[in-house]
Design a protein around this ligand. Structure first.
Ligand code: ZN
Length: 393
């Protein structure tokens, strides 16, 4: 699969007919991954940053046709990264990677400490990384694009979390830490295509780091802690292996993407993709204003978020919704409340209402449902029904 979503052939061109979208069975017992699909061994692709060495701008986020739920979930995660990542279920070639790259590209550039491999925020001097802690004197600051790091399926744990720099250890006898992909993803996005094919322990580890914002490495005599705040975005096709329910539940949001089935949308997708491929700069210029508007909205939402109130009535409704659906623990309510708040912040309103809950509930809850043998309808339908019953009262 291409690492640069922008260069991927469009699904509509690639496939003659829309594939039926398999419903996610969130609460099924874990199905073991198919051995044939389990990729191990050497890392097949090494390209991690967004378009290294490429002058081609990312496909504009505002030019994406449809996929409203995915776009909204990514925006919400960008407003409040503590929501815990986004899981995107659906067919290949539905623009998942394109959307992430497009979103990262429209975000304001980040100020970082020059030379810091962890892209430390100069404004958060309270938590220096090992690199910055060892520096004295004045720091220089540079501005860099928000990183999008691809985590390849074959990546080893060392590659992900970082490891002893063997070359320095052997040639100079120095014990030094070589930062991994988590260091590069700090303050940006970490994208895992086909996350359901990744080793469970690695997914576990990633979710831990994403939740805490800190990567701790204790091994080979090394003891390192460094900031690793990122929005985790995992994509997967449930037909090819499912995530254990325990892992599913730890993603903040789960969204479904499908190949569009209506004619005008398909034509629009093809037309825009073609225009972009033929003249990327010209195409992007046409959407620059719309992208800037999203950037302004996002920036304002981030500023508004801390002061946004969640009324008791909204919290109570969130709790009743989770009770009605029988979600395990309180993580569902917490995520539902946070995502509704981020949505309200994005929309520029002063309070979080039932309407925000209702709209975000499918994304926040569909992957937390327990299997109900008496109810074979899809999880999205179950959430929609519960929203109707609970919030209408
Ligand atoms: Zn640093």
């Amino acid at each position: 699969m291409s690492v640069n979503g922008a260069s991927r052939p469009d699904p509509v061109e690639r496939r003659g007919v829309p594939a039926p979208f398999p419903r996610m069975q969130a609460a099924e017992p874990a199905i073991r991954l198919k051995p044939a699909r389990r990729l191990r061994g050497p890392v097949v692709r090494e390209q991690e940053e967004a378009r290294p060495g490429s002058d081609r701008p990312a496909f504009p986020f505002s030019a994406i046709v449809g996929q409203d739920e995915m776009r909204r979930a990514l925006l919400i995660a960008a407003v409040d990264p503590s929501i815990g990542g986004v899981l995107v279920f659906g067919d290949r070639g539905t623009g998942k990677s394109t959307a992430i790259r497009g979103l990262a590209a429209l975000l304001p550039p980040m100020e970082t400490v020059s030379g810091c491999p962890y892209s430390c925020d100069p404004g958060r001097a309270a938590e220096p990384c090992p690199h910055c802690a060892a520096q004295s004197g004045a720091r220089t600051v540079r501005s860099v694009p928000v990183p999008v790091v691809d985590l390849p399926l074959g990546a080893t744990e060392d590659r992900v979390v970082g490891a002893l720099d063997l070359e320095r250890a052997l040639t100079r006898g120095e014990k030094a830490f070589e930062p991994g992909l988590l260091a590069r993803a700090n303050r940006g996005f970490l994208y895992i295509d086909e996350v359901n094919l990744l080793d469970d322990h690695l997914v576990d580890l990633l979710l831990d780091v994403a939740a805490s914002g800190v990567n701790t490495v204790e091994r080979e005599g090394l003891s390192i802690r460094h900031p690793a705040r990122f929005v985790l975005v995992g994509s997967g096709n449930p037909e090819e292996g499912e995530l254990r329910p325990q892992l599913l539940d730890r993603f903040g949001l789960a969204v479904e993407v499908t190949t569009p089935t209506d004619l005008p949308t398909r034509i629009d997708v093809v037309r825009r993709r073609d225009a972009y491929e033929r003249d990327p700069a010209g195409f992007c210029a046409g959407y620059a204003k719309a992208d800037r508007a999203i950037r302004r909205t996002l920036t304002a939402a981030r500023a508004r978020l801390p002061g946004l109130a969640v009324p008791d009535a909204t919290l109570e409704a969130a709790a009743r919704l989770c009770l009605a659906l029988g979600t395990d623990g309180l993580r569902g309510e917490l995520t539902l409340m946070r995502t509704a708040r981020a949505l309200a912040a994005y929309e520029g309103v002063e309070t979080v209402g039932l309407d925000h809950l209702a709209r975000i509930a499918p994304s926040a809850l569909r992957h937390r449902l327990r299997r109900n043998p008496l109810d074979e309808s899809g999880s999205t339908a179950r959430v929609a029904r519960a929203v109707e019953e609970v919030l209408a009262r």
